[in-house]
Design a protein around this ligand. Structure first.
Ligand code: PEP
Ligand code: MG
Length: 584
């Protein structure tokens, strides 16, 4: 039967392929009721999985160097949890008495234990909840016979090329998407997520269509079913009939044709009709993204989200490993500038779930976390300084909200230089330091930063989230998330004007910068430095080439005085009309 689901299109394009269902270990286990004769077998399967995890933990502990005392203690805690009858005996009772499958029995018991932890006052003990969850995840992965989540083809997908597989999941946390990047799936769709969630950002950076917030898609779609994903309209069509399929095949071919035509613009200088030079830089997450940056003729890397190097692993990357990663990017860009953002961990990109705060987006994230972990921050700063010998590097601080953070970062940079000097390790001089304007306070108290920093970059994703108090990853409020809200536009305009007056360059590296429908608006607001996913550069360049800043500026000034979102949208539509129509 053919049916359609509506969600939020977060990465444009059309994909046609077969559904590959992914599960998150603890969230989505099957709920089965087993016949009595199978129950002892199920108990044995559970026991075998627990044994395998015990052995795995033993092995890990033995492999660990004596010096890694903290990690050993961590593994010991997990091994202890795995001996607790609450976790290893009660699920067996649930299997025997209620006929549950092993995964479900374990998750039920985990949920029960987690609730008990929540009621504990002692924060240390409360944090052990995350250890319980991690141990349960390990056992469930064993039960499911999987060690890695992404990339294992399910039965139905056997024989189907990756390029024809569409990932269907409840959620794809950023850490999973890293492994996703090594693959070439056709598209992905998820039950949850908002337009600027990091999963959406990664989909755009991989230039594959994605629809999120499809509530219930994971339940409604079966493995191997034929899907059409329309990332423009935020629609997926399950089991389409031949007529619809033909229509979409045609659209897909047209889009591919238009994309290949755009390639001709790769070498064109990004100049407006009235000769205003614009910088079109690229956002990257991993060193290998440099290839796409070059293929699209970017003017440099405007945002390297280094935190992605830290996800999906047990230890933080060493100074040498980080140095190699940064140097690869700097060398790859062959003299073009590279803006390295210090790791923006925390919130949805947490290193350690055990630390999750009550309100992580307002908690220890970005520069706050870095300054609270001077040793880890020092490792990164030294690695960046060393890489700066290979080309022009700028450092960007995420989530700044006060001057002390800038001063503390400068002090940490001085210390990193001293440490390298002591070790007689060479490093690059003259590194510019910039800050992200993504908290309304930073935009409002702009002078605080204009005085202290060499450049600014507006993170419109977080700026929108914090200005409107709308979680950027929550599909329930996704309809209210609006980067064109007059309040957000005011803060952007204020920051651009302040930067211009003080002679401090300001860029935008949030998702707004890569939307070709907003290029003229941003040009008219005075933006000259854009940073976006490599795959968006040519489309934005096409807009730059046909824009006349002299004509746009007065129109945009008027637009910024409007306070009605519908009128703002209408005026933006007018800005995008060909030059001689728009003036009227
Ligand atoms: C932003 O907030 O706009 C931004 C560019 O940073 P990130 O999306 O990584 O939070
Ligand atoms: Mg941000």
């Amino acid at each position: 039967m053919s049916f359609t689901l509506h969600g939020l299109g977060v990465s444009g394009g059309i994909a046609i392929g077969q559904a590959q269902l992914l599960s998150h270990a603890t969230l989505e286990v099957a709920h089965l009721t087993l016949p009595g004769r199978q129950l002892e077998k199920e108990v044995a399967r559970f026991e075998a999985a627990v044994d395998r995890v015990r052995n795995e933990l033993d092995e890990l502990r033995n492999e660990m160097a004596e010096s890694a005392a903290e990690m050993r203690a961590f593994i010991d805690v997990h091994a202890l949890i795995l001996q607790d009858p609450e976790l290893v005996d009660i699920p067996k009772t649930l299997i025997r008495e209620r006929g549950c499958n092993a995964e479900w029995a374990l998750v039920q018991q985990m949920d029960y234990l987690v609730k008990q932890f929540d009621a504990i006052d002692d924060p240390y003990l409360r944090e052990r909840k995350a250890d319980v969850v991690q141990v349960v995840e390990r056992v469930i992965k064993e039960l499911m016979g999987r060690t890695g989540k992404i990339g294992k083809t399910s039965k139905s997908a056997k024989g189907v090329k990756e390029e024809e597989q569409i990932i269907v999941a409840h959620d794809l946390p950023p850490s999973d998407l890293i492994s996703f990047k090594e693959h070439r799936f056709a598209a992905f769709v998820t039950d949850v997520g908002g337009a600027t969630s990091h999963t959406a950002i990664l989909a755009r950076s991989m230039a594959i269509p994605a629809v999120v917030g499809l509530r219930g898609a994971r339940e409604a779609i079966r493995d191997g079913e034929l899907l059409i994903v329309d990332g423009f309209r935020g629609v997926i069509i399950v089991n389409p009939d031949e007529r619809v399929l033909e229509e979409y095949r045609l659209r897909k071919t047209q889009i591919e044709l238009e994309r290949s035509k755009l390639k001709r613009l790769k070498k064109a200088d990004p100049l407006t009709l009235d000769d205003v030079r614009v910088d079109l830089m690229a956002n990257i997450e991993l060193p290998d993204d440099v290839q796409a940056v070059k293929e699209n003729g970017a003017d440099g890397v405007g945002l390297f989200r280094t935190e992605f190097l830290f996800l999906n692993r047990r230890e933080i990357p060493s100074e040498d490993e980080q140095f190699e990663a940064y140097r690869k990017v700097v060398k790859g860009m062959a003299g073009k500038p590279v803006v390295i953002r210090t790791y923006d961990l925390g919130a949805d990109k947490a290193l350690d779930q055990a630390r999750s705060a009550t309100n992580p987006a307002l908690g220890l994230r970005g520069i706050r976390l870095s300054l609270s972990e001077p040793a880890m921050f020092g490792v990164q700063l030294r690695a960046i300084l060393r890489a700066a010998r290979s080309g022009p590097v700028r450092i960007l601080i995420p989530m700044i909200s006060n001057a002390l953070e800038v001063e503390a970062t400068r002090a940490a940079l001085d210390k990193a230089r001293e440490d390298l000097k002591d070790r007689r390790v060479a490093y690059g001089e003259d590194i510019q330091l910039g800050g992200m304007i993504e908290i309304p306070a930073a935009a409002l108290a702009l002078n605080m930063f204009l005085k202290r920093l060499d450049f600014l970059s507006i993170g419109t994703n977080d700026l929108t989230q914090y200005t409107l108090a709308i979680d950027r990853g929550d599909e329930e409020v996704a309809g209210l998330y609006d980067s064109l809200h007059p309040a957000v536009l005011m803060l952007i305009a204020h920051t651009l004007a302040g930067g211009e007056k003080a002679g401090v360059p300001v860029s935008i590296c949030g998702e707004l910068a890569g939307n070709p429908k907003l290029t003229r608006l941003l040009l008219g607001m005075g933006l000259r430095h854009f940073s976006m996913h490599p795959s968006q550069i040519l489309e934005v360049k096409q807009q730059v080439l046909t824009a006349d800043v002299g004509q746009l500026a007065p129109m945009v000034r008027k637009l910024l005085r409007l306070d009605d979102p519908a009128q703002i949208r209408e005026q933006i539509r007018r800005l995008n009309l060909p030059a001689d129509h728009s003036a009227h």
